[in-house]
Design a protein. Sequence first.
Length: 94
Amino acid sequence: MYERDNSYNDIRYKSLMKWLDDIEKDEDLVVSGGVPLARDYIQYLLDENKSLRNENELKKKYLKKIVEDRKHADTEWYSETSSQQRRKQSSKKS
């Protein structure tokens, strides 16, 4: 699997944090007071995104295992069916 290039997202995140730093210095209490809330919300979104990615990876692994098990079961069934058919054909010849 390839490593994700997050350069663009890193630049956006740093730009947002710089903007919040600048706003935090504002004299207006309403403006500067919202910065901690915004930072908390951004952190919440990052954590939620990470959690969803982990959940997605877990689901992908689970589905991959199910597909592999199904292929294995189908292969076994096909082998058993083929063996039974060969036995029937050989018993008919006898």
